[in-house]
Design a protein around this ligand. Sequence first.
Ligand code: C2O
Ligand code: CU
Ligand code: CU
Length: 500
Amino acid sequence: MKLSRRGFLVATAALTLTSCGQEAKPAQAGELLRSKAKLPAPFQVPLPIPPVKKPLRSDAKADYFRVVQRKASIEILPGLKTEVMGYDGLLPGPTFDVRSGRTTVVEQVNQLDVSTVVHLHGGHTPAPSDGWPLDMIMPTNGEHSGQHMAGDMSMGSRTYTYPNTQRAATLWYHDHTMDYTAPQVYRGLFGLHIIRDDEEDNLPLPKGDREIPLVIADRAFDADGSFLYPALPDGPGVQPAYMEGVVADVTLVNGAPWPVHEVDAVRYRFRVLNASNARRYELGFDKGPAKFVQIGSDGGLLDKPVEHKTLVIAPAERFDVIVDFSQYQPGDEVTVVNRLDSNANVLRFKIARKAVDDSSIPAKLSLYAVMPRPSGVVRREWRFRRGSDGDHRGWTINGKAFDPAVMQAQVKLDQYEIWTFVTDVHHPVHVHLAPFQVLSRGGKAKVAEFDHGWKDTVDIRPAEVVEVLVRFTAHKGKYLIHCHNLEHEDMAMMAAFETI
Ligand code: C2O
Ligand code: CU
Ligand code: CU
């Protein structure tokens, strides 16, 4: 089979490179899906900001929300309509903006014609609300054939409880339905969940409309504006050519194609999320002095700021960065490009005017501390590989395609463990329930600057070995570790573990 051969070649080439001492470089995995629609010129559409979700009511401890998952016909490409599956009919969904330690209760109503599951990515969430792939919300409208696997199913709606007992961080929520996460996220089921706390509020960082989320996702469009996605006609999975992941030719930021945003010549804070199914980006500026000063990672603030000329961001990762536009003049334009894709456009900033800036980036950001490597702890190895279980279940962890009945590990709460992730080709690895710190990558114990902070997703490059330090607390139950390339995930690259 042509593809297995190609996957194999990629892995072999990477092995050769690393073994002669060169760095494993991030690269694109996946097959390009081209739009048939007439695409707009870049930088015509203003950058949208997803609306902040308002609670129905609040009490002393919690805020209560209701979200309706529904289809909507929206204008993404100018002049064309795209049918999306969105939280409240939006793409991205509304942003939850909540306080650390205050509970968020969300009733999710499924008015679609397919089953759904909601997962809060990066959340320290009790198992019944974590979005186990079989805990489905069945549509009231749809037919449900072939649903026979055990799970805690609900009819029409389900209420999720998020205690938010964790530090300030940029989380996101998205669909996690068994076998169908990739097409359902692709059609719109994703949004931001931002947790704030006093430690972060007290910093003099840019705030208000100078704090902007940038949710990046690639999509392809058919001639009539509808989404193109290479699903197999019956059952889960994608056409064999897209087995390694679907990458598409239109870059959406906050749901708009290659948007443009006017800024003052001051500092801005950008919370960058890669919500793409499979595409990686190496974000850089086309010209001028701008760079990224990273202040936070998946799991919140770093201890101190780190400067990057470019940012490599894999699916599901978040980078919290400050960009200083004060060295530009009104009228200047600066474009963010993807260096992994011959500098393809992402979005553009137009510097509108000089303005007063009372923000700054403190040298000390938070009490976050790098954990030393403990000795004598439990170690586990997770090997991410292409398998041979057929195309629907073509990706494996420790040699097994996902089986919800099998717990690959029993993990004791409140103790540190060292987990080792080993890859063949490129896999962005994600762990539910607890964040981790990277201890080593490719045998190097000096942790690369882009690996700093509490992470919940780490990009493991071809034929690479990464060690992380992880500790689960508070919640007992079934949780997941999986590849966040969503095509790999749907084709069984998940494993269950149980916290005890
Ligand atoms: Cu963002 Cu298990 O997923
Ligand atoms: Cu997650
Ligand atoms: Cu993968």
